[in-house]
Ligand binder design. Sequence first.
Ligand SMILES: *Cc1c(COP(=O)(O)O)cnc(C)c1O
Length: 491
Amino acid sequence: MIKDPESLAAAKTFPLIFDRSRPGRRAAYPPRTEGEDLAELLGESQLREAPPRLPEVSELDLVRHFTQLAHRQFSIDGNFYPLGSCTMKYNPKINEEAAKLFQDLHPYQDPSAIQGALELLYNLQEYLKELTGTDAVSLQPAAGAHGELAGILMIRAYHEANGEAEQRRVVIVPDSAHGTNPATATMVGYSVVEVPTGPDGEVDLEAFESALGPEVAAVMLTNPNTLGLFETNILEISRLAHNVGAQLYYDGANLNAIVGRARPGDMGFDVVHLNLHKTFTTPHGGGGPGTGPVGVRAHLKPFLPTPLIVKEDHGYRFDDDLPNSIGRLRSFYGNFGNLVRAYTYIRALGKEGLRQVATMAVLNANYLRVRMSEVGFKTAFDRHCMHEFVAQPPAGLKTLDLAKALLDYGVHPMTVYFPLVVKEAMMVEPTETESLETLDRYAEILAEVLEHARNDPELLREAPTSTPVRRLDEVTAARKPVLRHSFVSPR
Ligand SMILES: *Cc1c(COP(=O)(O)O)cnc(C)c1O
């Protein structure tokens, strides 16, 4: 009987595929070539000089390798994943069925042969226009951050067209913003001016007003903001920004809180990006593939990234003919499989269903916010939240230790140490797809972890003990990452 967790973990671990390699074992069966002249068959240039440095394993060992890796993965399909700002909601399996219907299409096919696919893309553009309150949508960008880049490039092109590009050098960003906002503005060549958060968790209106001037090209906001709070002064913010000729950019990562209920276009935003992998249930993937369509008000339409999908009497076609477009942002037509998934999600829920998404996302977040305060956590801002909220541990406890301990309970920690404006921030976003029982269980687990922390803080610093790897040295991992398995061929 193995007792201590370390040897238990070691006992459960089989060698990685590279170390299982033995000469001559095979999992693939290429056509027989005995007696064939390979040079003649394939061409001299296609012949290898040395065998590939690949592990040689049986099919069973190969299957076990990937199955075991898959089981180490933490996923929404397996466990609760309330990672604030990321909207880790369930990805319905019907989306996959729908995406599969299109798997035999090729992007080089003639538009006349793929009218169904184009109709789907066209309709998706129309739905996203309606949901965001914008006048035109491009499905091109491959992620939220990519959508931000598209948006700020369009704003720059707009100011250039008005002869104001020289004068407008500044982008205003709140101090609670996601890191991609200032990064995007900087990449496009702007300098970033930060405005502080007021005591109520919203943009400090006075500071905002004094940061405005004729040098401001854009204001980047998300609403609800990254503290999970609705910016109640948004119409005033929009009026002030437009008064000095600035454009208002909407970071759509938090649309889940308002989808079907309120529209960024109606709040005065000129450009909107959406994260289909957040609000519209396409998978996040391992760092991709995301999808970040952009919507704009009419005055920015000439600058949209191409191609757009247009509808004409005789059918649908790609439109590349936008002379002032910022151009293409990626190959082909956006992340097509994910566009099908998002379309399926919108069609499956319908208008009422989408409204219900926002309602339940906000209800779940407020429920968990109150449950967490009942078990001893502080809430950074004592007011109703939207789809997520920021909590803090009781004095003297470290967010990192509590987060690591949660891993031993098989649930994912919340987002930690973001936004930067709250000390020891724990940002929780349960999403609408979780049941009351799951939320209650999370609150119970959090209560247990707090109790451990109070009784035996040393034990907490050891956590996690049941994961494939224990607590990592994150600084060294970031500075000196080991990205290769050193494979010594047994040959
Ligand atoms: C996720 C997120 C982004 C960036 O989106 P990606 O799709 O990850 O590039 C931007 N802003 C906020 C608030 C986010 O949560």
